[in-house]
Design a protein around this ligand. Structure first.
Ligand SMILES: *Cc1c(COP(=O)(O)O)cnc(C)c1O
Length: 396
């Protein structure tokens, strides 16, 4: 049955993904099961999406309840869950206004459009270029791809859209030199996710904020991967002494339902006047009811504090492992956004882990990424550490 599904998939689905030969059929908490009933501890969580784990009873119930009442009308009308979710995000963040869409790329598209529109409305339409970072990842639409600083992702889709300039992450001097009278914003991930869990140097983000202030330009944080508790704070910017002007969210916001959001301060958000931007599905009652419940559960169950503690413990264990195995180059990350750089390719380690019942993921060829549900148990971490220890000792 499993091989039939895989065979059929390979004949009818666009081959954009190189998938593992694994058909997943159900999940609960930090566990997923494949079609043969084999159990896996999930350290991928749908790529930092299922922060409350799989089939969380309260999220399931929120979806069930809302689906039975109303799941889509149109943004021609007001709906209650959308307003409540926006109010919650505003209450919990620097922002005053929220625009809802359906994915990370769309949230970044909204951010890019808003930054340009803001200066257009101020009578400075020539201020339309955005500085982004090398090794960044902002999405796969033509706009966000053009903003993404990774050649391998852009290859084959040229010409890129104009309007983006690139500087190395963590290089404040390069950023200072790149800002011109045509720059409208700096856009970056506070911790680069797909680029390799690359953390900002002490004081870097504060200096970026200061440079933006001095130049009168906007600071956009892409918190699609870092947001919603992943780093041990609701938003990663809270680790630093600053706030951005615009922030994009997606991934864990719906714990698996597709939702994106672009948040902004009042004076900037004003540039999005009626008709300036839109999305048919953006913020449907169904997804916003689910997202609202996600934020409530995080709050009521202290999920973010727990993530911080579990993340610190996990990182310590990974560092101990590094002491024992010279093949490990470094351990990086914050909260439960953790990475381990190897001196060898990571793919065989991922395969060995899978055989032993653990899903992990490898980025940039040599970096193992650990992004489990924030509710993962210590025991599951201990078991993964034992498994990695064995693999590094015997199998690699
Ligand atoms: C995943 C991701 C995106 C793209 O999100 P999609 O929902 O896949 O469009 C953008 N930025 C960052 C930092 C991401 O991690």
């Amino acid at each position: 049955m499993k091989s039939d599904i895989i065979k059929q998939a390979d004949s009818v689905i666009a081959s954009t993904y190189s998938r593992f030969p694994l058909v997943l059929t159900k999940g609960r908490g930090s566990i997923v099961y494949d079609a043969d009933g084999k159990k896996y501890i999930d350290f991928v969580a749908g790529i930092a999406v299922c922060n409350l784990g799989h089939a969380h009873p309260r999220i399931v119930e929120a979806i069930r309840k809302q689906a039975a009442v109303l799941f889509h009308v149109s943004n021609l009308y007001y709906t209650i869950p959308q307003v409540e979710l926006a109010a919650k995000l505003v209450e919990k963040s620097f922002a005053d206004r929220v625009f809802f869409c359906n994915s990370g790329a769309e949230a970044n598209e909204a951010a890019i459009k808003l930054a340009r529109k803001y200066f257009h409305d101020k009578g400075e339409p020539e201020r339309n270029r955005i500085i982004t970072m090398k090794k960044s990842f902002h999405g796969r639409t033509m706009g966000t791809l053009s903003a993404t600083g990774q050649g391998k992702i852009r290859a084959g889709y040229e010409p890129m859209l104009d309007g983006f300039d690139f500087v190395p992450f963590n290089d404040i001097e390069a950023l200072g030199n790149a800002i011109t009278s045509k720059t409208c914003a700096v856009m970056l991930e506070p911790i680069q996710g797909e680029g390799g869990i690359r953390c900002p140097k002490e004081g870097y983000l504060e200096s970026v904020r200061q440079l933006c202030n001095e130049s009168g330009i906007l600071l956009i944080f892409d918190e699609i991967q870092t947001g919603i508790g992943r780093t041990g704070k609701l938003f990663a910017y809270e680790h630093f002494n600053l706030t951005p002007d615009i922030m994009s969210l997606a991934k864990a916001l719906g714990n698996g339902l597709p939702i994106g959001a672009m948040l902004a301060s009042e004076n900037i958000a004003e540039a999005f006047s009626p008709g300036a931007h839109a999305s048919t599905f953006g913020g449907t009652p169904l997804v916003t009811a689910a997202s609202l419940e996600v934020l409530k559960v995080m709050e009521e169950d202290n999920v973010i504090d727990r993530c911080k503690k579990t993340g610190d413990y996990f990182k310590e264990q990974l560092e101990k492992l590094k002491e024992q195995h010279s093949v490990i180059k470094d351990v990086r990350g914050v909260g439960l956004l953790l990475g381990m750089k190897l001196k060898i390719p990571g793919a065989p380690v991922v395969d060995q882990c899978m055989k032993r019942g653990f899903l992990i993921n490898c980025i940039q060829e040599k970096i193992l990424r650990f992004i489990p549900p924030l509710i993962i148990e210590k025991g599951d971490i201990d078991n993964l550490i034992t498994c990695l220890d064995e693999i590094f000792s015997k199998d690699i």
